[in-house]
Design a protein around this ligand. Structure first.
Ligand code: CA
Length: 148
């Protein structure tokens, strides 16, 4: 039912994603939804091992939540994931899009920019950049340590 509703509400995403992919994403969404309330919290995302060890994990998680929101529904979940689709997926859509696809180069760049712009003032401050660089440095140190 939710998947069917999403097909009606998510034309941007549905145009380039198969029904089976949406069903798979919905299955993943419900498996993450530990509160079983049809939404995901930040804690639900923090249980994903790949995000837990990613130095930018918290920022990626933040990208799923509009400002002031602490829950994301399946539609919002899919909308954020759409940024990660390969750009060539746009070419599979034979109909001209009504708006710029979320996985366009411009929107991917804007999405990445927002990962750095923590206070959402549309600028990346020196401190915001340093915070990322320090985290990446930690990751590099860890990988070097594992090599020895
Ligand atoms: Ca900023």
């Amino acid at each position: 039912m939710v998947v069917k509703n999403c097909l009606l509400l998510c034309p941007v995403f549905v145009s380039a994603v198969s029904h089976s992919q949406i069903t798979r994403l919905y299955s993943r969404f419900t498996s993450l939804d530990k509160g079983e309330n049809g939404t995901l919290s930040r804690e639900d995302f923090q249980r994903i091992p790949e995000l837990a060890i990613n130095p930018l994990g918290d920022r990626i998680i933040n990208a799923f939540f509009p400002e002031g929101e602490d829950q994301v529904n399946f539609r919002g979940f899919m909308r954020t994931l759409a940024h990660f689709r390969p750009i060539e997926d746009n070419e599979k859509n034979k109909n001209p899009p009504t708006s710029e696809p979320l996985n366009s180069r411009t929107n991917k760049l804007l999405f990445a920019f927002r990962l750095y712009d923590l206070d959402r003032d549309d600028k990346i401050s020196r401190d915001e950049l340093l915070q990322v660089l320090e985290k990446v440095d930690v990751e590099q140190k860890m990988s070097i340590r594992f090599l020895h």
